[in-house]
Design a protein around this ligand. Structure first.
Ligand code: SF4
Ligand code: SF4
Length: 244
């Protein structure tokens, strides 16, 4: 299976991509880069290292398939808001402050307003987008006990605006790496992107300060701690059964 689209007309055989690839998925033969078939992490390092812009990652429709994609699926958040400072650090890590991408994170009323727009755009597409059916049922039942099937219990959505899907992939992979450091996780929202592809002008009205195209939308939040430290329960047990 090919993961890369390599333009051999542009490739000058410098080998930078092959050196960068942690998987050994690229080799240079007769001064042209090609895939070896050893697998791909979708890290985009080869894309960003190529001086000729000869490599593109072949995008999956929903970003599935690689290590980075797999850890972009976390839907378990602790409910706390990511601070402005952490968001700023995240944005910087994603584009190194070069202005090739624009980032917006919506929450609260702004996010609610956007999600109402998304709903009105996608609500008739239950057949093509099964999650819309779940969303409709969730909205009808006004179910506060179940997480919203689109946002789960996420309360912030980070939007990546840029000119190319490769640039967005690089930014999102950097988001994952920096997110590990900051305790931030997330998942890509296909529903939001579907709405954008169906009615760009209605969606764009929610992002007045942006000039580029929306390429990706990630529901983000602090990862929920799944394992409690052993000390707590043991202390409690000692309290229950210990000598008084
Ligand atoms: S995206 Fe990463 S793992 Fe895949 S071929 Fe490029 S450098 Fe190698
Ligand atoms: S970095 Fe770009 S130009 Fe150099 S070998 Fe790889 S694809 Fe070719």
């Amino acid at each position: 299976m090919n993961h890369l689209e390599i333009d051999t007309n542009l490739c000058i055989g410098c080998g930078k991509c092959a050196k960068m690839c942690m998987k050994g998925n690229i080799e240079v033969v007769d001064r042209k880069a090609r895939e070896t078939g050893k697998g791909c992490l979708e890290c985009s390092h080869c894309v960003s290292s190529c001086p000729k812009g000869a490599i593109k990652l072949i995008p999956k429709s929903n970003g599935e398939g690689g290590f980075f994609s797999d850890i972009k699926k976390s839907k378990s958040f602790d409910g706390g808001m990511i601070s402005e400072k952490d968001l700023k650090d995240l944005y910087y890590a994603m584009d190194h402050g070069k202005g090739r991408c624009e980032f917006v994170t919506l929450s609260g009323n702004e996010l609610n307003a956007l999600m109402e727009t998304v709903w009105h755009i996608v609500k008739d597409r239950e057949k093509d987008t099964p999650v819309v059916k779940e969303w409709a049922a969730w909205r009808d039942s006004n179910n506060v006990l179940q997480p919203n099937p689109v946002l789960w219990n996420g309360s912030q959505v980070l939007f990546i605006f840029t000119d190319s899907i490769d640039r967005a992939l690089i930014a999102s992979n950097r988001m994952v790496v920096k997110g590990l450091d900051l305790g931030i996780r997330g998942f890509h929202s296909n529903v939001i992107m579907t709405a954008y592809s169906l009615d760009r002008s209605k969606m764009s009205a929610h992002f007045p300060g942006t000039s580029k195209e929306l390429k990706m939308a990630y529901v983000i939040g602090h990862a929920r701690r799944l394992i409690e430290p052993a000390v707590g329960p043991i202390t409690k047990l000692k309290g229950l059964f210990g000598n008084h």
